[in-house]
Design a protein around this ligand. Sequence first.
Ligand SMILES: [Zn+2]
Length: 264
Amino acid sequence: MRIAIHAALILALTLLTQVGALIYAAALGTRRYAPFARTPAGFALLFVALYAASWWPIERIAAVSGRASLPCIERAGLSSSAFSCVLHRHYADARLVSIASRLANDMDRRFPGTITRTLDGSFPFIDGLPLPPHLSHDDGEKLDLAFYYRRNGEYRPGALASPIGYWRFEQPASGEAQPCGGASTGLRWNMAWFAPFTADDLELNAGRTRYALRWLASSGAQEGVGKVFVEPHLAQRLNVHGEVIRFQGCRAARHDDHIHVQLR
Ligand SMILES: [Zn+2]
């Protein structure tokens, strides 16, 4: 029973964080030297301590292979979601991190006080290993960005519409494009069960989100952005066009809850 629990935790940590399982194994290996870690609470403390202590070394080793981390504490108008940071899902190719920084910078210049939030990028190491559930996020060249939101008509800096930043969908209105007929097919999940965890008092900030999408389609494209996924009804509603603005198809994740950016 105990082995089964450890195995399940190691599998979950591998899928969610890549490095979490290694740190968990290190905690299992070192607990005999730490008497306080014999209780479940003590062991959890040891795990958290090792997790924190390995943070900087993980960043350094990832940097050697060309992956940089997005800032977990806001820096120059840019910050990653806490969910992505805690699980080491906030890494991306250094070129993509630089594009996100420049976008945040220009957003802040155009709309002072704006905070641009990034969501999942890639794991720190190894090309070809996808970041569940994003099958394409396997090489550092893909990064998700959150929309910008308002509450009661006022911009809320850095607000995310759910604890993980995903799955609060901007549903197509009647008369707007409905490319997949509302169906949940393949990886196009509608996630109805998740709705209670999303913020229903936030509304899409059309002005900032439009500016960011247009920036990605113009300056971003010049700097190496090859594709930006957003649902057709949002591109239409926000009046955003460009060669890189694409629809991902009906069998991939929806993109009316976040923006997916990938390098050429
Ligand atoms: Zn993505």
